[in-house]
Design a protein. Structure first.
Length: 337
């Protein structure tokens, strides 16, 4: 099973509650003329509903009961799916065509990637020689990025729409882990050096790899990349607290924290306009947030919940994620701006 990136600090309590099922303060933005609206939803019969990603048509994919995949159409219709003979199916990415990528366990608990086309056809993903594969991101053209076991430990891969694999790794790294791929086939992710220090990287379509390190950070962990080659992610300071960062295409890095984020700020995705979605921990509660390109924050909180996270935001700023009710059950939602 693959090693998770370090996130530092106190674990997010919503993530802790769902662990077995699945992961300078700036003032809040002034309210606009219209308040956002929320539409909550559940997969029928599921013990939990945890959306992972959303496309431009407001189609959502994620996991139900920590075990089954689902896709929710823009009209609210929900379809569940599983890879044949899988022991858990976990969608993580969806493009505007409705193609979904993710990973699953087989009956021997070996990990594999998968891609599901809009007609429901599912194909397993395993680079040659792999004993474990995770597909993590799918771009608009159908290129898929992920990680697999290789002779050096873990390598990254790109799978083309015609089924060809391209393996890559950061020089002298025992562990290379992509996190996101954009339309121009740039890939952001993280790697460990030989001293087990965690760094970020950006891989160009030509294979050139550029290191990404937040100044003074104990680790740097890119998590999402948009069409303008802008990256967001987390880093840890010397006290172990997790903060967010933004890296623009010219290499400029800006760190940020959500308001009152005493125990960490956790970006999860960035859209083409530069809006960042994520969650933050105040010690007492977990809230979702949307950070505008101007740097202001909008709190995301489903009414009546005891914790809300945001897992994805599309280019029209419609966000999705999950919230916990008073019994710690997870439900999905859409937030309309």
């Amino acid at each position: 099973m693959f090693q998770l990136p370090r996130t530092g600090g106190r674990p997010n309590p919503v993530a802790r509650a769902l662990l077995l099922a699945s992961v300078a303060a700036i003032g809040l933005a002034a309210p606009g003329h219209a308040k956002p609206t929320y539409a909550t939803f559940d997969v029928r019969g599921a013990s939990s509903t945890t959306p992972a990603a959303i496309n431009s048509s407001n189609v959502v994919t994620g996991t139900a009961s920590g075990f089954d995949g689902f896709v929710r159409a823009s009209d609210g219709t929900i379809t569940t799916f599983d890879v044949s003979n899988a022991n858990g199916t976990h969608p993580v990415s969806i493009n505007d065509d409705g193609t979904i990528a993710g990973w699953y366990f087989d009956l021997n608990y070996r990990q594999h990637g998968f891609v599901r086309t809009p007609d429901g056809t599912i194909t397993s993903i395993d680079p040659q020689g792999s004993s474990g594969t995770v597909a993590v991101s799918l771009n608009a053209k159908g290129f898929i990025a992920g990680t697999y076991t290789c002779s050096s430990g873990a390598c990254g891969f790109v799978l083309t729409p015609n089924g060809k694999y391209k393996s890559f790794e950061v020089t002298n790294s025992p562990y290379t882990s992509p996190a996101a791929i954009n339309a121009s086939r740039q890939i952001a992710g993280y790697y460990f050096d030989n001293s087990h220090n965690q760094h970020g990287f950006l891989r160009g379509a030509d294979g050139t790899i550029t290191d990404i390190d937040v100044s003074g950070a104990g680790y740097t962990n890119p998590v999402s990349l948009n069409a303008r080659d802008t990256i967001t992610g987390t880093y840890g300071d010397n006290s172990g607290t997790t903060h967010g960062f933004l890296r623009t295409s010219d290499g400029t890095i800006t760190d940020f924290d959500a308001p009152k984020a005493t125990f960490g700020t956790f970006p999860g995705s960035i859209n083409a306009k530069g809006t960042i979605a994520g969650s933050y921990d105040t010690q007492d509660e977990v809230f979702g947030f949307l950070r505008t390109p101007a740097g202001s924050f909008k709190k995301v909180l489903v009414k009546g919940s005891i914790g809300t996270t945001v897992s994805g935001v599309n280019d029209t700023n419609v966000a999705t994620g999950y919230y916990l009710d008073s019994s710690y059950n997870a439900h999905g939602y859409l937030r309309m701006p």
